[in-house]
Design a protein around this ligand. Structure first.
Ligand code: ADP
Ligand code: MG
Length: 276
């Protein structure tokens, strides 16, 4: 794929929003595949017991497969659960199985219950440019583990009425985790998803989100697209399922913005006429 600047250290991005159905999983797998197609080495950590990210990446995650549950609860090394994603070079997945549904409770009685994912990631010795963590739609111990493990929070926001509702709780949790457990944690990226520019509501919500968050909001938004929603049932991201589709191109562009921001280049600068 086309090369983009690579970060000098692994960027760990937590994809979170306690609302379900806003595009967390879809954005995690498609951004991860896009970054890999741009030449990066990327690991997706599936932290949702539903295992939707694993499914979408075509990764086997039936009950006997070594999974992120074993890492969190049984202290299994991350390297023992990571699988390469078929068809996308440089892309890997730590799958979730249904066991993970019990982890929220099992973690409570374990030592360092909030930092088990962080420890596992720190001990992982394969070179990576990005780790994207797909969170469940709740703010329990699984999401707290993600917030302790990462420095960046990426919030997908669906362009609909009530889009900002409930975000306050996530932002307070981010502040709490920053204050007590992870001083580097910050909301680095907001991604508008399922955007339909033809509706007035979508553009109003987009406007409202840009006013509220400012420069964290990516210039690129993801359109509502049937191809995006079809891809997971083929165990594929939209990048391989329909490479030329608007959904595919928008995720590639959003990934480009993320990569450029990581080295301090803001998107507009790329398109500004050269000075002199
Ligand atoms: P979450 O992980 O936040 O629960 P998902 O990523 O699973 O949300 O998305 C919820 C539903 O919306 C899924 O059925 C998914 O296929 C669909 N979806 C996500 N993004 C888009 C999009 N840009 N266009 C059309 N459908 C989408
Ligand atoms: Mg999901």
């Amino acid at each position: 794929g086309e090369g983009l600047p690579r970060p000098d250290r692994t960027r760990v991005m937590v994809v979170a929003n306690q609302k379900g159905g806003v595009g967390k999983t879809t954005s995690t797998v498609n951004l991860a595949a896009s970054l890999a197609l741009h030449g990066a080495r990327v690991l997706v950590v599936d932290l949702d017991p539903q295992g939707n990210a694993s499914t979408a990446l075509g990764i086997d995650h039936h009950a006997e497969v070594p999974s992120i549950y074993d890492v969190l609860v049984e202290s299994m090394p991350l390297s023992e659960v990571v699988q390469p994603v078929p068809d996308v070079e440089g892309l890997f997945c730590a799958p979730a199985t249904i066991d993970l549904a019990g982890a929220e409770i099992e973690l409570v009685s374990l030592v360092a219950r909030e930092s088990r994912l962080q420890r596992a990631i720190q001990a992982y010795d394969q070179p990576l440019d990005y780790i994207l963590i797909d969170c469940p739609p709740s703010l329990g111990l699984l999401t707290v583990n993600a917030l302790v493990a990462g420095a960046e929070v990426l919030i997908p926001i669906q362009c609909e009425y009530y889009a900002l509702e409930g975000l306050g709780q996530l932002l307070r949790n981010v502040d709490l985790v920053r204050g007590h457990l992870n001083p580097d944690l910050h909301v680095s990226t907001i991604l508008l998803t399922m955007y339909d520019g033809r509706t007035r509501l979508a553009s109003q919500v987009a406007e409202e989100v840009r006013t509220h968050f400012g420069k964290e909001v990516l210039r690129t938004s993801i359109p509502r697209s049937v191809r995006i929603s079809e891809a997971p049932s083929y165990g594929q991201t939209v990048l391989t399922y329909d490479p030329g589709s608007s959904g595919s191109l928008s995720y590639l562009e959003a990934a480009r913005e993320i990569a450029l921001r990581g080295v301090g280049v803001h998107y507009e600068a790329q398109h500004a006429p050269a000075s002199e």
